[in-house]
Write a protein that binds this ligand. Structure first.
Ligand code: AMP
Ligand code: MG
Length: 313
């Protein structure tokens, strides 16, 4: 029997902490896999970050309103998935949110003016993104459209990383990028315990940092929270999840976790449910086979989709 060793690494990619823990064959293979995981995150960031001028997404944002742009099969596929999530969430998830969203600067504590929002709002609509899968060309059917994949790209990267491990015959592991996590198999015969963070943790100490631990096996879970990127102005929390209808941060919930088979979908859906709010968001999740959700509302009450409730109740 060949022996195995747990690899356990943390690094930063896509402007977020990434962690990977997996059971690798003894010897050089584990370290080689770590190198490849890091390279895969780097590759996806270089392709999809809207902060990098040379990324395919940036090139789209610079030119696709004037002329169709040919992009990689991979980006076409992710754009189609994003548009599919927009469709099933009735436009709550919309990667063109950034047509207005790009005027928020959370570090500098800056928000766009009402006039700026009004001017840019017509550019928010995922249907402005025209995808031609045959020619692999994208065009924007409106001036001022700006796409940002921040609501789905981390989940996608996590899925790609897990595929990489699977192809190397790894059977147990956990990969997280920010709020997006995917589990490969179990943890030496027990479920992985995945935390749902307390959205208003004050101390950062273990006692109040989590509100729940979920035992999970071979699945993905994504959490969207209003505590990830925000600043406070008066009594308002200006955070990073934007309602496509208004161009403003969404109110009503503090955190949404979605569980399902793949992190690309749970990532997009957790952002979508956050925008839709408790009632509409849970109704959408109930309609989707294989998905569950946990919502913490603005009164700090927790709500669960039916598949997570006690069957006796
Ligand atoms: P997440 O943490 O996955 O919910 O992603 C939040 C990120 O998604 C934000 O930082 C933005 O980059 C992006 N985003 C914000 N609002 C939306 C929206 N309505 N639809 C799609 N992406 C969004
Ligand atoms: Mg998301």
């Amino acid at each position: 029997m060949s022996s195995t060793v747990w690899m356990d690494v943390e690094w930063e990619a896509m402007t977020t902490p990434v962690s990977a823990k997996f059971l690798a064959p003894m010897g050089q293979e584990g370290q080689r896999l770590v190198t490849r995981l890091k390279a895969e995150f780097e590759r996806i960031e270089a392709l999809m970050s809207s902060y990098r001028n040379s990324s395919e997404v940036s090139i789209l944002n610079q030119t696709a309103a004037q002329t169709p742009v040919a992009v990689s099969r991979e980006l076409i596929q992710l754009l189609l998935t994003a548009n599919e999530i927009s469709r099933i969430s009735a436009g709550a998830f919309d990667i063109t949110y950034a047509s207005v969203g790009r005027f928020y600067d959370y570090r500098k504590k800056q928000a766009p003016s009402e006039a700026q929002i009004d001017g840019a709002l017509p550019a928010i609509d995922y249907r402005h993104i025209r995808v031609d899968p045959q020619s692999r060309q994208i065009s924007y059917a409106h001036e001022g459209v700006y796409v940002d994949l921040g609501g789905i790209a981390k989940g996608y990267a996590v899925d790609r990383a897990v595929e990489l491990l699977k192809n190397a015959a790894v059977q147990q592991g956990i990969i997280s990028a920010g709020g997006d996590t995917r589990l490969l198999g179990d943890k030496s015969g027990s479920p992985w315990m995945v935390a749902i963070k307390n959205p208003r943790s004050v101390s950062g100490n273990a006692e109040d940092s989590n509100v729940a631990l979920l035992p999970l096996v071979d699945t993905a879970i994504s959490t969207s929270g209003d505590y990830e990127r925000y600043f406070v102005r008066g009594d308002e929390r200006i955070h990073h999840i934007i309602a496509p209808e208004t161009g403003k941060p969404v109110k009503g919930v503090q955190s949404v976790s979605v569980i399902g088979p793949e992190a690309t979908m749970t990532d997009g859906l957790s952002t979508a449910v956050f925008v839709m709010g408790r009632k509409k968001g849970l109704a959408m999740i109930e309609e989707l086979a294989g998905y569950e959700a946990v919502i913490i509302d603005d009164q700090r009450r927790m709500h669960f989709s039916s598949g997570l409730m006690n069957p006796e109740q």
